[in-house]
Write a protein that binds this ligand. Structure first.
Ligand code: NAP
Length: 480
């Protein structure tokens, strides 16, 4: 008997060419149909998501579903505009240095079927119909999703809605499928018909699947977005000026959604001289907070284990001991942080964060320098200040998003958004999993040399019949 996975893979493989051949307008229409279908089913989907994840229906799950369908529509708009194809045309030039130039016409094309691994903490936005699926379909790639075991019923229901919406718009059967099970996920990544993978979740999970993707006889790109502690650096002038406001913003950010965000600020660096006052403001802001249930018992057990490890570290002070899943505040000194970086930088997925006291600006800069790869980092400061200039420059080299006087939770879906960063935040620092650039992960460039017009894709033909933005002989032309 043919397994479910085999059926999905062979259907995805068959859908590869017809899906890539569909016009951007038709694919955009399909994405919008998916968005409309999901919006229309909100009354059914939100309670189901709540039942499986414990996340509050209002505002959280409703807002997350809205974000998910907005994302589908924004990507639809993006592919119709055509900038994602990155069309570049060089006309022949006998006198071009280095031996002349042939007629060269380059554009991005879909990579082929993509395996998507959804996260537990975003049952809509980073799951079955989430950003990775939307980006892959927008790029023209069939998708096989491995359902996150944290919300299996919701995954099935969303998948059924996505499939019916796609089939009503002429998208080939096989362009989308869903599979359950850890072994199925591993088989998916190692199957030669899969040409790229996308993942959101833990460092252990992402790394295991990335290693499988790289060890294939035909390695594929595997875009894993994994753990991050998103450090926050508070300068002395900033904390003297607005300690209480910073403490309140910090508490709101690290306790949001029960601390179950990959963008949670896990570490905040404050000057020693002001630390006691700052910590007391944080403790006061935490006093009114009630414990939110975590996503599931598995996540709760992992949180308890990771928190237990941190609490028993000799350098760590427990400043506010949350009962069970009530918010916890930890503390340590920068010198100890630098000495035990590997243990103290670990992501602890839940409502906990750590205040790190630094004694000099040089120590603060050394702490910033000690990070290798994070999704986001924030600087709270005032201008002019040479230290913040130094911090921003150092952090730009280490993270995907640098914030000024802000908090890292809340990642807007836009044109400029960058949600990624050097390892271990992701396995591929050159890409983003949020925003319109996210579909670049599922495209690759091909150049046609001296190709007759009739054999070229329409996007590359003379006269620009589809009106896509192009760079012609080095000059960018946003419209035809
Ligand atoms: P996860 O445990 O890493 O799982 C994500 C997906 O990968 C699941 O479908 C899972 O399948 C699969 N997977 C994990 N390890 C695997 C392996 N060794 N082989 C094959 N498949 C594997 O992520 P999660 O479910 O979201 O769990 C929460 C944890 O992830 C938290 O503790 C947190 O640290 C982290 N997290 C990070 C982010 C982020 O954006 N950076 C977001 C959410 C969560 P199975 O469960 O079936 O094994």
């Amino acid at each position: 008997m043919v397994s479910v996975l085999e059926e999905l893979l062979s259907a995805a493989d068959e859908a590869r060419e017809p899906l890539a051949a569909l016009s951007s307008v038709t694919r955009a229409e399909a994405l919008r149909r998916v968005a409309d279908t999901l919006d229309a089913a909100a009354g059914e989907l939100v309670p189901l998501a709540h039942q499986e994840t414990n996340l509050p229906k209002v505002p959280r799950l409703h807002a997350e579903l809205e974000r998910t369908t907005f994302q589908l529509r924004l990507l639809a708009e993006t592919i119709v505009e055509g900038g994602h194809l990155e069309v570049v045309i060089d006309s022949p030039d006998t006198y071009w240095p280095a031996g002349g130039r042939p007629d060269l016409r380059r554009m991005m094309v879909p990579v082929g079927p993509v395996a998507v691994f959804g996260a537990s903490n975003f049952p809509f936005a980073f799951s079955v119909a989430g950003g990775d699926t939307a980006a892959a379909l927008a790029a023209g790639c069939p998708v096989v999703v491995k359902a996150n075991p944290g919300h299996p019923l919701l995954s099935d229901r969303v998948a059924a809605l996505v499939s019916s919406a796609l089939s009503s718009t002429g998208v080939p059967r096989g362009a989308f499928g869903l599979v359950h099970g850890i072994e199925e996920g591993r088989a998916l990544v190692t199957d030669s018909r899969i040409k790229a993978g996308a993942f959101t979740g833990s460092l252990a999970g992402g790394r295991a699947l990335f290693d499988l993707a790289c060890a294939r006889p035909d390695p594929i790109p595997f875009y894993a977005e994994m753990g991050s502690v998103n450090p926050v650096f508070v300068t002395a002038p900033a904390v003297v000026e607005r300690s209480e406001a910073i403490a309140e913003g910090y508490v709101a950010s690290f306790t949001l959604g029960g601390g179950q965000f990959c963008t949670k600020p896990g570490l905040v660096f404050v000057p020693e001289a002001e630390a006691e006052t700052f910590e007391s403001f944080v403790a006061a802001a935490l006093a009114g907070r009630v414990a939110e249930p975590l996503l599931n018992t598995d996540i709760e057990a992992r949180y308890a284990a990771a928190l237990g490890e941190l609490r028993k570290h000799p350098a760590v002070r427990v400043l506010v001991a949350g009962d069970g899943v009530a918010p916890t505040l930890l503390g340590c000194d920068a010198a100890d942080f630098l000495a035990s970086r590997a243990e103290l930088r670990t992501e602890c997925f839940g409502p906990v964060s750590m205040v790190v006291r630094y004694s000099t600006e040089a120590e603060l800069v050394a702490c910033a320098r000690s990070f290798t790869g994070e999704l986001a980092a924030s600087v709270h400061g005032s201008l002019p200040d040479r230290t913040v200039e130094r911090l921003v420059a150092l952090l730009s080299d280490r993270v995907g998003r640098v914030l000024w006087n802000g908090w890292p939770t809340g990642v807007s879906v836009t044109y400029a958004m960058q949600h990624g960063g050097p390892y271990p935040a992701t396995t591929s620092a050159g890409h983003t999993s949020v925003g319109t650039t996210s579909l670049r992960r599922f495209l690759r460039p091909v150049v046609y040399q001296n190709m007759p017009q009739a054999l070229l894709p329409e996007e590359l033909r003379d006269g620009n019949p589809l009106g896509v933005p192009r760079r012609m002989d080095g000059v960018y032309r946003p419209t035809a």
